[in-house]
Design a protein around this ligand. Structure first.
Ligand code: ATP
Length: 248
């Protein structure tokens, strides 16, 4: 029996037939505002509630902002940071400004993937992390798409080797069909895609598990909502992009 890591996101583990197989690297792909950051923060918060330490690698937003955003959903990570069960990796400020005074883990040069990996490895070992989120992995290779696969594979080797289950956030454009480029898509162990579609004059959220090595999973497109408590997925409903169908 493979071990699974429960996302704890209502409805999501049913779609994954129990959870994400341990050590998988999952690409969480979607356009702007589709809920990628909230999904991955909820994954880490739920891990903390289950006694699994986690790491959030912030490349898109200031770590202070990330903590604030999480607290809005009731996910106040500061206590866990003090207890050494949660770590924020600041890959946003490059250590410029006040950050260097209170951030413990800082990546100074994003073009140096070795430094990036070293900081992650140190953080994982320090807190005994079981879960890790890179938000977003796209930022690491936005200016060098030819390096995308190599960067993702290096990260995957190190993280899986350390026993961590990871979510890599992948940013795509509105209407883009893929998930972040062929090199990356084939390299990762799983792909979950979040979508936002205008249907009858209203934006509807849905997600689909496109692949997940090590397990069967729902092959349907499921609607989901974002609420004050985070994401809720509806495993008994299917979004046909024209209408929501209730399953028996
Ligand atoms: N409390 C809330 N209740 C309902 N919806 C919310 C709430 N807070 C945020 N949202 C929705 O979540 C969206 C932002 O989600 P998130 O930051 O996870 O997106 P993202 O996919 O990471 O986007 P980007 O790639 O642009 O950073 C907002 O646009 C809003 O629609």
């Amino acid at each position: 029996m493979i071990k699974r890591v429960k996302t704890g996101i209502p409805g999501m583990d049913e779609i994954l037939h129990g959870g994400i197989p341990e050590r998988n690297v999952v690409l969480l792909s979607g356009g702007p505002g589709t809920g990628k950051s909230i999904f991955s923060q909820q994954f880490l918060w739920n891990g903390l509630q289950m006694g699994e330490p986690g790491i959030y690698v912030a490349l898109e937003e200031h770590p202070v902002q990330v903590r604030q955003n999480m607290a809005q959903f009731g996910w106040d990570v500061r206590k866990y940071e003090e207890e050494g069960l949660f770590a924020m990796v600041d890959a946003f400020t490059a250590g410029i400004g006040k950050s260097k005074e209170y951030e413990k883990y800082i990546v100074h040069d994003l073009t140096d993937i070795r430094e990036f990996i070293d900081v992650l490895r140190t953080a994982v070992k320090d807190i005994g992390a079981k879960r890790l989120v890179v938000d977003s992995v796209t930022t690491l290779y936005i200016n060098k798409p030819a390096m995308a696969r190599s960067i993702v594979m290096q990260l995957k080797r190190v993280l899986a080797g350390l026993g961590v289950t990871s979510i890599f956030v992948s940013q795509i454009s509105v209407g883009e069909r893929g998930f972040g480029g062929p090199g990356v898509e084939h390299g990762v162990d799983g792909i979950i895609r979040l979508d936002l579609d205008e249907i009858d004059g209203e934006l509807k959220r849905s997600l689909i598990v496109w692949k997940m090595r090590g397990t069967s999973h729902s092959m349907r497109r499921h609607p989901f909502d974002i609420t004050d408590k985070g994401i809720i997925v509806y495993p008994d409903k299917v979004l046909k992009r024209k209408a929501v169908i209730e399953l028996e």
